[in-house]
Design a binder for this molecule. Sequence first.
Ligand SMILES: [Zn+2]
Length: 230
Amino acid sequence: MLLIRLGASRGGPEAAISLLVDKAGSAKMAETFRRRRVLNGQYWSGDPYVKLLLDAMKHSGCAVNKERHFSCEDCNGNVSGGFDASVSQIVLCQNNICNQAHMNRVVTHELIHAFDHCRAHVDWFTNVRHLACSEVRAANLSGDCSLLNEILRLHFGLKQHHQTCVRDRAIRSILAVRNISKEVAQKAVDEVFESCFNDHEPFGRIPHNKTYARYAHRDFQNRDRYYSNI
Ligand SMILES: [Zn+2]
């Protein structure tokens, strides 16, 4: 999801942390959350999807600094994370992220938006097709649809389920941050679907599970080595 934060939370990590202090009731508690969820990077950086994306960001000239580019906040509804393009920051919704696997998936999804923001001139705020493209890529490559896909394929033989899941999730993500009709969101997703669904950068493939993601990471590192040797 591409996040638009309103009011006090806009303004970088310091503002976000002071907001947290208010909500948590004490600076000590806020510090505990901050340390556990963000500064203690190994909490999620061992995940192969995250590792590959962090490498790809660095390779594209947008090295991620955990303190600068991540913020833990309480979020409305059942939102679990977001990318705030205006300050290049990923928000992790500490009140809605329930376990390690969920955390890894959220960080992966948002890092795909950050990667798109880094590599391309993305017009997040006025061009709904740009947003649609990044949401298709995030749903396709983050594993959001893969586990369910595997189960359903096993049980019901629905080959097209992955595509359907990606399309539905992209539409839902757009509708969560844009005040537009469902028809407009569907049209934007359908217009970009084929090219964006087939754009697997930086994975080079759809990483359906951690094993695929590990292979993708290895290939990315080799690709890096190959280019640096030219
Ligand atoms: Zn998204």
